[in-house]
Design a protein around this ligand. Structure first.
Ligand code: ADP
Length: 220
């Protein structure tokens, strides 16, 4: 929240269908996987690839992607520290609703400031899994997936993370992925292994085949 709560005189309406009911129906837990890292570190690639594997294993997923939400929900925000904070606050609230809806949320955001990520962590509590896509700036810049680094170096983009704006790496993320030294598949498997070990998911190695065979692949 950027200012004081203005929606006073409101009363919370208790739902008849609870999150636990939705998880029971879905046959898997709900959680948010929060991918953070420099532009080009692999956040979107991994969020979508993990979502695809989970989907094939009959899990309900949704990817919240940085650029996409800035076209709608956060289209009124820029890249100043205040706007970045408000951007992530809104995303955190959306992720919280989606987790309550029973989904596995995959959030891919540079989210450069530790305090902003910790704000989302306190909002989501144990449903927040911070995944640091660790990749040296030189590697991200050489990839320059969207041509942004070249434009930032040319001075065409202000406040660009890693060039003219800071990035604070997580001190103790739940997962640290070396996205420069390992393949996309290896990283995806690391994330899925984590979900199986710590959140009681049951994702078979060959999810596609099991899903095609009609297997409900996950358990609460
Ligand atoms: P970001 O969302 O962090 O800005 P992208 O996912 O758009 O980054 O781009 C990352 C690029 O790096 C992609 O071209 C991807 O194929 C490549 N890449 C190479 N190795 C990996 C890896 N281990 N994990 C994620 N991406 C990788």
């Amino acid at each position: 929240m950027t200012g004081p709560l203005r929606s006073t005189n409101t009363v919370y309406h208790a739902p008849l269908v609870a999150r636990s009911d939705r998880q029971q129906l879905n046959q898997h837990p709900a959680v948010t996987l929060w991918f953070t890292g420099l532009s080009g570190a692999g956040k979107s690639t991994l969020a979508h690839a993990v979502a695809e594997r989970l989907h094939r294993a009959a899990c309900r997923t949704y990817v919240l992607d940085g650029d996409n939400v800035r076209h709608g929900l956060c289209g009124d925000l820029g890249f100043s520290p205040e706007d970045r904070h408000e951007n992530l606050r809104r995303i955190g609230e959306v992720a919280k609703l989606m987790v309550d809806a029973g989904l596995v949320v995959l959030a891919a955001f540079i989210s450069p400031m530790r305090a902003d990520r910790d704000g989302v962590r306190s909002l989501l509590g144990k449903d927040f899994i911070e995944i640091y896509c660790g990749c040296p700036l030189e590697v991200c810049e050489s990839r320059d997936v969207k041509g942004m680094y070249a434009r930032a170096r040319a001075g065409e983009i202000a406040q660009f993370t890693g060039i003219s704006a800071p990035y604070e790496p997580p001190a103790t993320p739940e997962l640290l992925l070396d996205t420069a030294g390992t393949t996309v598949d290896e990283c995806v498997n690391t994330v899925l292994d984590f979900l199986c070990q710590h959140f009681n998911f049951n994702i078979p190695p060959d999810a596609e085949r099991d899903h095609e065979a009609g297997t409900a692949a996950t358990a609460i």
